[in-house]
Ligand binder design. Structure first.
Ligand SMILES: [Zn+2]
Length: 83
């Protein structure tokens, strides 16, 4: 995940945050989230941004990860064989 600062020409426009889905007013500099290939994902609100890069990237990974089904291995029951 990468953060990019872009100049925002459309002031007073409300955008929803990619991470928390809250509407926020964009300032002159908007922070956008991209992946390593530079693909645009969305804007981040200042609140989420304040939580730090590590937190953001963790949330981003979770949002973009297909839900994996965790298969719990049940222990094989050993049936005592009595002669
Ligand atoms: Zn947010």
């Amino acid at each position: 995940m990468q953060l990019q600062v872009e100049h925002n020409s459309s002031l007073l426009q409300k955008k929803s945050c990619l991470i928390c889905k809250q509407l926020f007013e964009m300032t002159e500099a908007k922070i956008i989230i991209c992946n390593e290939q530079g693909t645009y994902y969305g804007e981040v609100c200042p609140k989420c941004l304040g939580k730090g890069f590590g937190w953001l990237s963790d949330r981003f990974e979770r949002l973009n990860q297909p839900k994996t089904i965790v298969i719990e291995q049940t222990p094989v029951l050993e049936i005592p064989i009595s002669a």
